[in-house]
Design a protein around this ligand. Structure first.
Ligand code: FAD
Length: 516
C-alpha cells in the first residue's frame, strides 16, 4: 500500500502549487518566484528534491522578495499547465520576475551548478535583472556609494547600517542583505573593494569585512572576517532592538492538502510481463510525453512516426489497442507539421470507434513502486522497449538485417523522454556503441547490457525503490543458465540470455491481470 504524496509536502518552506493555483500565485505577484517543474517519477528530480528543500530552508527569510515553488507535471491535473508553461523536460527551473503576466515571462534559471550556493547566487543574479518593477519588499542590492552613505541616516529610519566590504564577484553582501530582509531597524549594504574612497575612509585591508554604523554616529567593525554568511546573520540578528517584523508570515499556508489516497497493492510475479505496464507506458509516451509540445516540428514528428509505426509492427497488443495504434499511424503518416492541439485531438478515444481505444489511465502492476515516486513510467518504458527488441527478432522476416527498434528508441529518448539527464546518459551510451549493433539479436543484447549498466550506476540512488533494489538482471531465480562460471569467475552466457529474453518477452508471457 502506497501513500499518494509527491516529492514535496506542504510542510516544506515552499509553495506546493497545482494547476488551480499556479497562475493565481505567480502572475502579478509582488514577489519574484523561482519554480521547479518536476515529474515525480523522474530519477533526477527525486535526487534533486532534497537540494531544493534545503534551498527553501536556506532562503526562507528571503520571502516575500523571492518565493520558491514546485509543481508536479506528472500529476494528471497539472499536465496542461506544464505544456502552457513550456515545460518539456524535468526538472525545469524557471525564474519569474515580480509582476510577471504570462507563462512566457518565466526564464530558465541560469546556474553554474545544482548545489545550494550556485542556486542561491543565480537567484540573486536573476533578481538584479528587475529594472523598473523592483519587488517592493526586496531591499536594494546594489553597492552603496559615498554620497548615499553620507545622508543614509537622514533618509532611512533605522538604528543600524551594516556595511559589507567585498570584491565585485562576492555574493556575501547581497546574501546577508536578503537574509535580514524580514528584520526591522537595520539595513545592510555592500561596498565594493573598488570604491577607494570608502575603503580608505574605513581603513579596510581585507575582504570581505564588515562595519556596523549606528545612527548615534558610532562605528565598529563586525567581528567576523571570513566569508561566512551564518556568522554575519546571527551577529546582526542579535543586535539590541533588531527584531523580526510581523509584516510577513513565514509559513506559507498549504495550497495543496496532503493527499491520503491509499493505492491498493497489486501483487505481481516477476516471472511475468504485464500488459497493464506495457499499455500504460504507451499511453504515457503518447498522451503525456509527446503531448507536452505546443508544436511537433519536423524532426520530432519523424521520430514519433517511427515510434508509432514500430508499435503497429511489433507490439503484441490487445485488438482494440492495436486498432487505435493503426489509426494513429495512418493519421500521422501524411502529416508534415502537427500542433499540440491537433495531436491531442488525434489521441483521444473516439466514442464512435469502441473497438479502437487506449486505456484512459495508467495502471502499474509489475512496475508498481512502494511509493508513488518510485518505478511506474520509466520501468514501463524499459519493459516496453525490451519487449519490442525481442518481438522484432521473433517477427521480422529479415533476422540478420539492422534492427529498427533501437534507433527508434534512441530517437524517442532523445526527443521525448522527460527526464533530460537520463536522456543525455542514454544518448551517450547510444553514440558510443549502438552503430556496432548489426542484427536483431544484437539489439536485444545491447539493450539488456546497457540497462544493466544503468542499474549498476543507480544502485542505492535515492530513486532506487528499497523494495525493488537495482540488480544485474536477470537474477538466477529467473534464469539459472544465464550465468556461468569460467575460470572461477561468474560470466553471462549470451546465448542463454537470448533464449531467456525470447521466452520472457514472448506474447505467451504477457499477462492481462488487473485489466478490466
Ligand atoms: P527498471 O530499471 O526501470 O527496470 C524495469 C524492469 O525491467 C525491472 O523491474 C526488471 O523486470 C527489468 N529489467 C531490469 N534490468 C533489466 C535488463 N538489464 N534487461 C532487461 N530487463 C531488465 N534514472 C536515473 O536516476 N538516472 C538515469 O540516468 C536514468 N536513465 C534512464 C534511461 C532510460 C532510457 C530509462 C527508460 C530510464 C532511466 N532511468 C534513469 C530510470 C531508471 O533506469 C529506472 O527505470 C527507474 O529507477 C525505475 O526502476 P525499476 O526498479 O522500476 O527498474
Amino acid at each position: 500500500r502506497a501513500l499518494d504524496a509527491g516529492l514535496y509536502s506542504p510542510l516544506d518552506p515552499l509553495a506546493v502549487l497545482g494547476a488551480d493555483s499556479l497562475e493565481r500565485r505567480l502572475f502579478n505577484s509582488s514577489s519574484a518566484w523561482v519554480m521547479e517543474f518536476y515529474a515525480s517519477w523522474c530519477g533526477h528530480c527525486i535526487r534533486f528534491a532534497p537540494t531544493w528543500k534545503q534551498l527553501a530552508r536556506d532562503i526562507r527569510d528571503w520571502r516575500p522578495a523571492v518565493m520558491l515553488g514546485v509543481l508536479d507535471c506528472a500529476e494528471r491535473s497539472n499536465r496542461k499547465i506544464c505544456t502552457d508553461f513550456g515545460v518539456t523536460g524535468y526538472p525545469t527551473l524557471k525564474f519569474f520576475k515580480a509582476f510577471s503576466k504570462k507563462p512566457e515571462d518565466g526564464l530558465k534559471l541560469r546556474r553554474q551548478g545544482d548545489d545550494i550556493k550556485s542556486l542561491r547566487e543565480s537567484i540573486i543574479t536573476s533578481l538584479e535583472k528587475h529594472e523598473d518593477m523592483w519587488p517592493p519588499s526586496c531591499p536594494p542590492l546594489e553597492p552603496i556609494s559615498a554620497a548615499e552613505l553620507h545622508d543614509f541616516f537622514q533618509t532611512n529610519s533605522v538604528t543600524y547600517l551594516a556595511l559589507i566590504f567585498e570584491d565585485e564577484n562576492s555574493f556575501l553582501g547581497r546574501e546577508v542583505t536578503l537574509d535580514m530582509l524580514q528584520f526591522e531597524n537595520i539595513a545592510i549594504r555592500r561596498v565594493l573593494q573598488t570604491n577607494e574612497e570608502l575603503v580608505k575612509r574605513f581603513n579596510v585591508t581585507s575582504f570581505p569585512s564588515g562595519f556596523l554604523l549606528v545612527n548615534n554616529g558610532s562605528c565598529s567593525s563586525i567581528p567576523v572576517n571570513a566569508d561566512f554568511r551564518p556568522f554575519y546573520r546571527s551577529f546582526l540578528q542579535s543586535l539590541p532592538n533588531v527584531f523580526r517584523g510581523n509584516s510577513f508570515r513565514p509559513t506559507v499556508p498549504p495550497t495543496v492538502e496532503p493527499k491520503s489516497t491509499i493505492v491498493p497493492w497489486r501483487v505481481a510475479d516477476r516471472k511475468k510481463v504485464y500488459m497493464a505496464d506495457l499499455e500504460s507506458a504507451i499511453l504515457y509516451t503518447l498522451r503525456v510525453e509527446a503531448a507536452r509540445f505546443r508544436h511537433l516540428d519536423k524532426e520530432r514528428l519523424s521520430v514519433l512516426k517511427q515510434y508509432v509505426n514500430l508499435l503497429v509492427k511489433y507490439f503484441p497488443g490487445r485488438p482494440a489497442v492495436m486498432n487505435y495504434l493503426r489509426n494513429l499511424d495512418l493519421w500521422l503518416k501524411p502529416m508534415t507539421n502537427v500542433s499540440g492541439n491537433e495531436w491531442e485531438e488525434a489521441l483521444g478515444n473516439n466514442p464512435e470507434l469502441p473497438h479502437a481505444r487506449l486505456p484512459e489511465n495508467t495502471l502499474w502492476v509489475g512496475c508498481q513502486g512502494s511509493k508513488p515516486e518510485f518505478r511506474g513510467f520509466p520501468c514501463g518504458l524499459w519493459t516496453l522497449f525490451h519487449l519490442l527488441t525481442v518481438q522484432e527478432a521473433l517477427l521480422s522476416p529479415y533476422r540478420s538485417s539492422p534492427p529498427e527498434v533501437l534507433p527508434a528508441m534512441r530517437g524517442y529518448i532523445k526527443y521525448f523522454f522527460g527526464c533530460r539527464e537520463c536522456a543525455e546518459h542514454f544518448e551517450g551510451m547510444a553514440a558510443e556503441s549502438m552503430s556496432r549493433v548489426k542484427n536483431k539479436d544484437g539489439a536485444i543484447l545491447w539493450l539488456w547490457s546497457r540497462h544493466n549498466r544503468v542499474n549498476y550506476r543507480l544502485q542505492g540512488a535515492p530513486s532506487d525503490d528499497p523494495k525493488f533494489p537495482k540488480i544485474q538482471w536477470p537474477p538466477q531465480d529467473l534464469c539459472w543458465s544465464c550465468q556461468i562460471i569460467v575460470n572461477g569467475k561468474r560470466m553471462w552466457d549470451e546465448r542463454a540470455i537470448l533464449r531467456f529474453f525470447k521466452a520472457h518477452f514472448s506474447r505467451g508471457n504477457i499477462y492481462l491481470d488487473f485489466i478490466k
